[in-house]
Write a protein that binds this ligand. Structure first.
Ligand code: ADP
Ligand code: NI
Length: 217
């Protein structure tokens, strides 16, 4: 099977797997991350097949909905790629990328680095900021029935992952607790540049938000 065929089979598998996914991790998130990943991979001279497969498969099993089990995503991806006879080295690299990405803010538990991981991680982070990132944050907040903003509840940067998941903080806090921190975590030069632009857009958005909140006419 040639690479094109492997990719199109993978697209079919991912679409089917994510048919009922919530909107933060639906097929469209995957498609955006896939497109951005291809763009970054070209500029970074990364292995295109590995990058595309990892981008497509990185969210097939969200640990948030699997009792925190980070192993299920890589396992499911490995089983699928095996079934369509992808080279074992490629499979292992893709699995390592998915595992590392699910360990969120690089908690230090896994020591793996590659250009391909750098690229897909940047693309995933870029989708959490800017106009799309804002839309995703408020969608998530609505899904969790959270307030959009509450001036009496200040952002808290010291919550554990578990506390964070169960917190009922307003969505604006998520900007300070996570989204505005992402630009300094980017790996690639192009990723950094795009993140700076999207970051500036979020800051402008917040300024406008507070102005309207205060009733500025
Ligand atoms: P990832 O895409 O890296 O797996 P998450 O699963 O943590 O990220 O989040 C998916 C989307 O939901 C992201 O856009 C993220 O900003 C948003 N999100 C996660 N937690 C919150 C939160 N507490 N408040 C608002 N949005 C959130
Ligand atoms: Ni993702």
């Amino acid at each position: 099977m040639d690479s094109q065929e492997v990719i199109s089979k993978t697209v079919g598998f991912v679409k089917e797997t994510l048919k009922h996914a919530e909107s933060g991790h639906d097929w469209w998130h995957i498609q955006r991350v896939w497109n951005t990943s291809k763009h970054l991979a070209e500029l970074e001279n990364a292995d295109m097949l590995i990058v595309e497969l990892a981008a497509l498969l990185h969210d097939i099993a969200d640990s948030k909905f699997n009792g925190g089990n980070e192993e299920i995503g890589p396992r499911k991806a490995g089983e699928f790629l095996n079934a369509i006879h992808v080279n074992e080295d490629v499979i292992q690299h893709v699995q390592k990328i998915i595992l590392n990405m699910s360990f969120k803010a690089s908690l230090g538990t896994v020591e793996f680095h590659s250009k391909e991981l750098a690229v897909v991680q940047d693309a995933d982070r870029l989708d959490a900021i800017g106009a799309i990132g804002i839309a995703r944050a408020f969608t998530y907040g609505g899904f969790k029935n959270r307030e959009i903003y509450n001036p009496e509840i200040k952002p808290n940067l010291t919550m554990s992952k578990e506390e964070y998941k169960n917190s009922s903080a307003p969505t604006i806090n998520h900007f300070y607790e996570k989204l505005l921190l992402l630009k300094d975590k980017m790996n690639t030069e192009t990723g950094k540049k795009l993140a700076r632009e999207r970051h500036a857009f979020m800051e402008q958005y917040l300024q406008q938000f507070y102005a309207e909140w205060e009733g500025e006419l």
